[in-house]
Design a protein around this ligand. Structure first.
Ligand code: 5GP
Ligand code: MG
Ligand code: MG
Length: 176
């Protein structure tokens, strides 16, 4: 079936919001020690690249990738790292940068794993916060945009590995 892409957030709107988020993040970490920014692959890669260049302080970057197995609807118990961090985060401020927090299962898993490594602080920045769909108590500290329902693609977000390269965000539906 063919897909219909309806423009949802333009590249200009994303850029404007990223600049604001960067200022918020910079303010909240002012004067503190080492900040590690973690990109959750693959979906966050463009957002991550844009946000880290808006943070006005010295940072370290690293990448993780999560994989879920078992049921299609992921539960935290079914999630594993398919790529772990390479740098140590003990005693450091850590900011996880994710594309979308939806039910919260993926982020809940990631936060549990990272907390066991004793970071000084642990916060979340997400491009999209689908807060009304939460099944786990995960709070996004820095949210780009809020969304209630619908499936979106573009600006790093895929449908079956397609559409990640689009510079805006689109709502995906089936052509009727
Ligand atoms: P959660 O574990 O919070 O339910 O969902 C985690 C992941 O599902 C998100 O990080 C994202 O990769 C994917 N996801 C959730 N909603 C959407 C959406 O609307 N579009 C796309 N492309 N991925 C989504
Ligand atoms: Mg994701
Ligand atoms: Mg995906």
């Amino acid at each position: 079936m063919a897909h219909k892409l309806t423009p949802f957030i333009t590249a200009a709107q994303i850029a404007e919001r990223n600049a604001e988020l960067g200022r918020e993040i910079s303010r909240s970490y002012q004067g503190e020690s080492s900040l590690v920014c973690i990109c959750v692959l693959k979906g966050a890669f463009l957002f991550f690249a844009d946000i880290i260049r808006r943070i006005d302080r010295e940072i370290e970057i690293d990448f993780v990738r999560l994989a879920s197995y078992g049921s299609a609807t992921s539960r935290s118990e079914d999630i594993v790292f398919s790529k772990d961090l390479e740098i140590a985060i003990e005693g450091k401020d850590v900011l996880v940068i994710e594309d979308i927090v939806d039910t919260g299962h993926s982020m809940d898993f990631l936060l549990h794993v990272l907390r066991r490594r004793n970071p000084k602080s642990l916060k979340i920045c997400a491009l999209i916060d689908k807060h009304e769909r939460r099944e786990k108590a995960v709070t996004v500290d820095f949210a780009g945009f809020k969304l209630n329902d619908g499936f979106i693609v573009g600006y790093g977000l895929d449908y079956d590995e397609r559409y990640r390269e689009l510079d805006g965000i689109y709502e995906l539906s089936n052509e009727s």
